[in-house]
Design a protein around this ligand. Structure first.
Ligand code: GLN
Length: 250
């Protein structure tokens, strides 16, 4: 199958090797005989309805976020419609913040958001930096750990009843207090974890690919054929251990 990926603002939101996440999607799709067609969607460009199976938006500093926020907000209806139609989403850090209702940045400027994720973010004085490990359960009964690296000033408050991506085992997470990290709305996942995220968490890459394939085919998500993942498993273990050794909340 052909999996169509819309990569939002790759020229602006691209810190911490966001391209590495796309490379993982490409490789893991091709090892299963699927082709990834990645299209950049930049400033002033339309998100064409029905043209994507997966949307990706990466991390960026406040400055880059300020440059894209209004343009992204103008794409809100298209993003909501895509997710309602079953398009998968991975939003990392700065992109995760802007897919919420908004981000009150370090200068005190209010950047508008898309309102896909039920949360708001306010920048604090201390940055939350370091390795993180989470306990996730995206499918009932299937518990997995997610390991990554976070670096953000924003504190994200989920609305009551919102579904987090996972519980923080070690690290800060959304706000350093709630014990939650990230957010999930259907097939849309938002997270502060980068580093990049997918090379050391191949199960999440496969979960997102399965959702994107389900959108492309119109079928229910199917589990993908397993891959050896020796190096990926090792990378995950090293990263998770670093986070556990560090412990810590704010
Ligand atoms: N500017 C945001 C913050 O510091 C996001 C940073 C990032 O994407 N790493 O909270």
């Amino acid at each position: 199958m052909r999996i169509r990926v819309g990569h939002l603002y790759p020229d602006y939101l691209n810190i911490y090797a966001d391209r590495g996440n796309i490379a993982v999607f490409e490789r893991r799709a091709s090892l299963r005989g699927h082709e990834l067609a990645v299209e950049a969607v930049g400033l002033g460009e339309k998100l064409r309805p029905g043209a994507q199976d997966l949307l990706y938006i990466g991390g960026g500093q406040d400055r880059e976020q300020a440059l894209v926020a209004a343009d992204l907000q103008a794409k809100s209806d298209a993003v909501h419609a895509a997710v309602a139609d079953g398009v998968a989403v991975l939003a990392v850090c700065g992109g995760y913040q802007l897919l919420g209702r908004g981000y009150h940045d370090l200068r005190g400027v209010d950047l508008p958001g898309v309102g896909l994720f039920p949360h708001e973010t306010v920048a604090g004085d201390r940055r939350m930096i370091g390795d993180v490990v989470l306990d996730c359960e995206l499918e009932p009964g299937e518990r997995r750990t997610l390991a990554g690296f976070e670096n953000h000033a924003g504190r994200t408050q989920l609305d009551p009843g919102a579904e987090p991506l996972g519980r923080v085992i070690a690290g800060f997470g959304n706000d350093g207090e709630s014990g939650y990290e990230g957010c999930r709305v259907g097939r849309a996942i938002g997270t502060y974890l980068h580093g990049p995220l997918l090379p050391r968490n191949p199960w999440l890459a496969d979960w997102l690919l399965a959702q994107a394939l389900a959108h492309a085919s119109g079928d229910e998500p199917q589990e993908l054929e397993p891959l050896p993942d020796r190096l990926e498993t090792e990378a995950h273990a090293v990263s998770a251990q670093r986070a556990r050794d560090r412990g810590g909340r704010l």
